[in-house]
Every structure is written in C-alpha cells, then in structure tokens.
Design a protein around this ligand. Structure first.
Ligand SMILES: [Zn+2]
Length: 205
C-alpha cells in the first residue's frame, strides 16, 4: 500500500507516543539493543527485545499495515546485519509465508524487512522463503507445545543451496518456527551458520 494512502487512513501522529511527527517521532525511535539468545544449536542474534516502542512499531507494521513504519524497523535490522559476519553465508532463509496472513496483509513482513535491511546494510544475499508442505495455524494464541506441534514438519527448502545459510524471522517467541527452519535446512543437507531476528520475546521452557 502506498504511504500516501496510509496517510489518509491513519492519523498523522507518532505510533508510539501519539505526538507529531508521524509515523514515529525522533524521541520514540528505539535504541539498539543487539544481543544473543542461547538455547539453539547455533547462535541467534537479535536487534531488539519485543517490548515498548519496538512492540508498537511491529504491531503497527504487521497488523495495521502501516507500511511507512518499515523504514524505521529496517534501519534497526540493518544495524544488526552490519554487526554480523555474513562472509560464509549463501542465503538468508525465512519461514514459509502463511497464505492466510498474506491474503490479509497483502505483503510478507519478514521478507520485506529482511530485503530492505540487507539493502541498507550493503549486503547482497538471496532471500529464500521455505515452502509450506502442509497448512498450519497462526502461531499467535497457541501455547508452547501447540506451537511446536503446529509448525513441526510444515516447511521445506524450495531448492538446493550450496553452502551455509542464515535463518531470519521478524519475531522470535518460543523458537518453534526457528527450530523448524533449522530442521528443514538439515533435512536438505544445508548447514545453518546462525539465526537472526528483529525482535525477541524468547522465554525458555
Ligand atoms: Zn513519539
């Protein structure tokens, strides 16, 4: 959706504090919180914790289709990408797109963000979405075990990739999707170098 249409539909104020200027005022731009999460067989880097301004930005972007917020989020993600060594990475692998969410949103937030952030960081890398091999429910609203069952065995690498890959998702919650990304890569004989996410609200069981 063009930003001009968004501007007609939504109020011209910051999505975080409600003051001008839109879509986010300088004072509400999230500060970098780059860190690592343990608990996976590979390193996982994150740009932010999923809370406060970041949570509002992500909700506005993904659920209210405020595409004008993408730039702020992509700039944050580009900061993380610049921090990571992508030298040995042949592709950035993303979850299979949810058909239902894609119909609803008209775009794939994780893919769109990843591509824009790579461009901003000056990294040339193919972005590969896994292929859905069966349908799955929206992970939101599901508990930890349900999430794991819902997503297990649901994705496949669409083509062979020579070399290692990096995994990417916009939000990491229980890690079920990340675990499935890693499983699908392993099944295809492709090694995972590391994972990265825009925002994490990870809680280990
Ligand atoms: Zn603000």
């Amino acid at each position: 959706m063009p930003e001009t249409i968004i501007d007609l539909v939504f109020p011209a104020s910051c999505v975080v504090c409600g003051k001008r200027p839109k879509p986010i005022c300088p004072g509400c731009r999230p500060a970098s919180e780059i860190g690592r999460i343990g608990g996976f067989d590979f390193e996982v880097f994150y740009a932010h914790s999923h809370q406060g301004a970041v949570e509002k930005l992500i909700t506005g972007y993904k659920d209210q289709q405020l595409t004008s917020l993408e730039r702020t989020l992509a700039e944050s993600l580009a900061e993380l990408f610049r921090d990571i060594d992508f030298t040995d990475v042949a592709a950035l692998v993303l979850p299979a797109r949810s058909a239902k969410n894609y119909r609803k949103r008209g775009f794939d937030p994780a893919r769109s963000l990843a591509k824009r952030a790579l461009r901003l960081a000056g990294i040339t890398l193919p972005v590969v979405n896994l292929m859905a091999v069966r349908s799955r429910k929206d992970q939101r609203g599901l508990g930890r075990d349900e999430r794991a069952r819902n997503v297990l065995g649901s994705m496949q690498l669409p083509r062979h990739i020579v070399g290692k890959v990096a995994l990417f998702d916009d939000v990491l919650t229980t890690g079920a999707t990340f675990t499935e990304l890693a499983r699908a890569c392993e099944e295809a004989g492709v090694e995972v170098a590391f994972g990265c996410v825009l925002a994490q609200r990870f809680t280990q069981s």
